[in-house]
Write a protein that binds this ligand. Structure first.
Ligand code: PEP
Ligand code: MN
Length: 347
């Protein structure tokens, strides 16, 4: 990772660095931060001669060598000072909340508009709404691209940014063309490296944020962080890690709740952690407790399924979504707990 002396290098300086690293079979990737741009060396960066040549350039402050499978996401990376801001919240400075329906019902758009208004009223910062859905049963409702218009209309009406899952490159293009602010990568696709790469490339020069769910099948924490590295390595560092439960599920819960991995993720990565209690436990009655546990374990945010009338919802909403009263209470308690856990100790 090359740290220049100035906030940004000139085109000629970038060209010079690109040529040097190419001689050693590496690639230069600018990572544009709010304050300054850093330049990652992608490839095997251990060649001492390459490092010496770069450190000899008068516009280079130093080269940081992090021997990590995820050198950009590593907490020792210079990107650790990067801050992600969305819906008026800077992650890490106050509790960040995404809420909304699992699935938008294209036949009943008013439910989504009412849910969006309720989610805003409850104090959330981003509205989620499933447009395309990964369903276990191939004959279940798979989502409908018409729901994209409903999602964007909800954003217009509330003024809040919106989040939707994309499962392939067609969805990705449609979502970006429509102006979706946050792209969700679901638990089934979090290990789909070619999709991760496509998303990384497509958003490289934008401020789009990615919510990367933890795959049901991910074991070691490193696998999760490395999946985020795939996206960030193309230049956009706005990735949030989202634990959402893994397999095998516990009897009575949809998955094995994994909100307790947050401190372990934070030992290794600077990435903000936004826990999804809804898919972790899979039943509305248990979602508030899981949300509180997530905050107690140090989550920066929550992603909660909510519906103005859960029983009328589709997808996961009838069993999993919080109604507006439960959502309001959960967000308000979670914000209080977040503030308590972030109190600066009296000196
Ligand atoms: C969802 O958010 O509705 C969803 C399908 O999530 P996951 O990918 O975590 O199962
Ligand atoms: Mn869902």
């Amino acid at each position: 990772m090359i740290l220049p002396k100035s906030p940004r290098l000139s085109d000629a300086q970038v060209a010079e660095l690109t040529a040097i690293v190419a001689e050693f079979d590496c690639r230069l990737q600018p990572i544009i931060g709010a304050v300054r741009t850093i330049y990652a060396i992608l490839g095997d960066e251990r060649d001492k001669l390459m490092i010496n040549r770069i450190e000899g350039l008068d516009y280079v402050d130093r080269v940081d060598r992090i021997q990590s499978p995820f050198k950009l996401m590593d907490r020792r990376s210079d990107l650790a000072s990067h801050r992600i801001t969305m819906g008026g919240v800077t992650l890490g400075q106050e509790l960040f909340v995404i809420a909304g329906q699992c699935t938008i019902d294209p036949k009943n758009p008013n439910y989504f508009y009412e849910t969006a208004a309720a989610v805003k009223e409850a104090g959330a910062h981003v509205i989620r709404g499933g447009v395309w859905k990964p369903r276990t049963n191939p004959y279940s409702f798979q989502g409908d691209h018409k729901s994209l218009d409903i999602l964007m209309e909800a954003s217009n009406r509330t003024g809040l940014p919106v989040d939707a899952e994309v499962m392939d490159e067609d969805h990705l293009k449609m979502a970006l063309d429509a102006g979706v602010h946050m792209l969700q990568i679901g638990a089934r696709n979090a290990l789909n490296y070619s999709l991760l790469r496509s998303i990384g490339k497509a958003i490289a020069k934008t401020d789009t944020v990615v919510l990367l769910k933890r795959s049901i099948h991910m074991g070691p924490i490193e696998e999760f962080i490395a999946a985020a590295e795939y996206i960030v390595s193309f230049g956009n560092p706005n990735v949030l890690l989202c634990p959402r439960g893994t397999k095998p599920g516990l009897d009575g819960y949809r998955n094995h709740p994994d909100e307790s991995i947050t401190p372990l993720l934070k030992e290794k990565s600077w990435a903000p952690v936004v826990v999804d209690p809804s898919h972790s436990v899979g039943r509305a009655a248990y979602v508030p407790a899981c949300a509180m546990a997530a905050i107690a374990y140090g989550a920066d945010g929550l992603c909660i399924e909510a519906h103005v009338e859960p029983i009328k919802g589709i997808g996961d909403d009838p069993k999993q979504a919080l109604n507006p009263a439960a959502l309001t209470k959960t967000i308000s308690q979670a914000k209080r707990l977040w503030n308590i856990t972030h109190e600066v100790p009296a000196t």
